[in-house]
Design a protein around this ligand. Structure first.
Ligand SMILES: Nc1ncnc2c1ncn2[C@@H]1O[C@H](COP(=O)(O)OP(=O)(O)OP(=O)(O)O)[C@@H](O)[C@H]1O
Length: 444
């Protein structure tokens, strides 16, 4: 694998090409990778504003660049200088076996606690269930399953259970993992002959939090391993919490026996917050960052984005950055000004994978099921790759989500398709103009 320095330089170079010098110097230049361990890359940035910006806008590219240059999938974590101290100290300390899992090993994000979670109509039931589980793990709702749309607080709430449990049971073994990382851990344990360590780790948890279970693919028997992990934990009266964007029986890639296991517990949905809750969420974020924002400006921002809270936070970061650049206070009119540019993009970010698939299928006289299916004939493969390419270009969905919506394909397939189409466009003028035409249709 190339050195971290080489990969980071490549990443900087590619951002430098894409951004104007002011943006580059504001956001990219100050970021420094400070440690890389266990596929977790820690990147130090000077302030919370930069941290939020990287998390929201730039993390995906790090993932891709790393993957392309090293074949490794990483988890980038952005930290401010204060938070970085902790990682540096932990690195400096000699490794020793202790009963208590150090907090970052649990992979819990320190921000995702019950204290920072705002309760509203769309999440109150989920919140109540989470509290019960945190107080009395493995007694009533096991597994606890949260489902709902993107960016509505499922991860936050599941991690809040972890934090709370550490308060009441300080020695509890807790692990948060995305289903993708579970898969990666499992595969690398096979490759490195470390199955026993893998099982010792996962099957001895008191609380296992598995995020985005819809992406649990069956690579090298991962689903079998997950099933056995689940059985073992459940049998030993350990708590399991899961999340997904939909109900278990609606996840096409999930085997029936897992679906029926999940039905043993409680499934609760989280629905989009109303305006009042969105405003309260923004207020809480502003307070946490010591930002002075009048109520009318907060409810103006909350009024602009009505479903995804991650986007709502992004809007606040944008307003904050805009005010800093203008050296002015945050007011409603400044917020409107700052979000104007964002609005141009909303049409694009509102495009769905299905819309792109329909447009591409229509253009090449195919059915959407051809694009999401497995047929390998050229007349289908190329349009399928073009559709994946356009989803990556025109929507805000993550690579795993795009892959999943193409009949449960892996995110590496999407990266591969993206690269193929880029090359095709360079080499084939006809293909290039076809793709442009489809793009124009979609953007109208
Ligand atoms: N009720 C809430 N109160 C405060 N912050 C919230 C709330 N709901 C969501 N957030 C914030 O919104 C952001 C997105 O939430 P989170 O990552 O938990 O969503 P998710 O449902 O897991 O999304 P995905 O489907 O993409 O995994 C996080 O920063 C989280 O802290």
């Amino acid at each position: 694998m190339p050195s971290l320095e080489t990969i980071w330089k490549e990443l900087q170079d590619s951002y430098r090409k894409e951004m104007n010098p002011v943006s580059y110097n504001t956001w990219i230049e100050p970021a420094k990778p400070i440690s890389y361990y266990d596929n977790q890359l820690i990147i130090e940035v000077p302030t919370t504003v930069q941290k939020n910006y990287w998390e929201k806008n730039l993390a995906g590219k790090i993932l891709e660049t790393f993957f392309m240059m090293s074949g490794e999938e990483i988890l980038p974590t952005f930290v401010t200088p204060d938070e970085a101290e902790r990682y540096k100290q932990e690195e400096a300390e000699p490794e020793e076996e202790t009963a208590k899992v150090p907090e970052h090993k649990t992979m819990l994000n320190s921000k995702y606690t019950f204290d920072t979670f705002v309760i509203g109509k769309g999440n109150q039931m989920a919140h109540a269930a989470a509290l019960v589980v945190a107080e009395e793990p493995a007694s009533i709702y096991n597994p606890l399953f949260f489902y709902g749309g993107v960016g509505l607080g499922k991860t936050h709430l599941m991690q809040a259970i972890g934090h709370q449990m550490l308060v009441t049971h300080p020695n509890a073994k807790i692990k948060y993992v995305s289903s993708e990382n579970f898969t990666n851990d499992f595969i690398s344990s096979i490759q490195n002959n470390k199955m026993e360590e893998f099982r010792n780790e996962y099957r001895t948890m008191d609380l296992l939090l598995v995020d985005d279970i819809q992406f649990l693919v069956n690579k090298e028997g991962t689903q079998e391993e997950f099933f056995n992990t689940f059985e073992e934990l459940y049998r030993n009266n350990k708590q399991i919490v899961l999340t997904s964007d939909r109900l278990p029986n609606e996840i096409p890639t999930l085997p029936q026996r897992l679906v029926s296991r999940f039905a043993w517990g409680l499934s609760v949905d989280i629905t989009p917050p109303d305006l009042e809750t969105r405003t309260a969420i923004l207020r809480k974020k502003a307070e946490a960052e010591n930002l002075e924002i009048p109520d009318d400006a907060l409810s103006y921002i909350a009024g602009q984005i009505d479903s995804n809270i991650r986007e709502l936070e992004g809007a606040l970061v944008r307003v904050q950055a805009y005010a800093a650049i203008q050296s002015s206070d945050i007011t409603t009119s400044l917020a409107a000004e700052a979000l104007k540019a964002l609005k141009i993009g909303t049409n694009l970010s509102q495009l769905t994978v299905e819309q792109v698939q329909e447009e591409v299928a229509d253009y090449y006289h195919l059915n959407v099921s051809d694009l999401t299916g497995k047929k390998r004939t050229k007349s289908i493969v190329v349009p399928r790759q073009i559709a994946m390419y356009l989803c990556r270009e025109l929507t805000d969905y993550s690579l795993p989500k795009i892959g999943a919506d193409f009949g449960g394909k892996d995110h590496t397939t999407v990266i591969h398709a993206y690269e193929k189409v880029q090359k095709l466009m360079e080499e084939d003028g006809k293909a290039q103009s076809e793709i442009k035409e489809i793009k124009n249709h979609l953007m109208q």
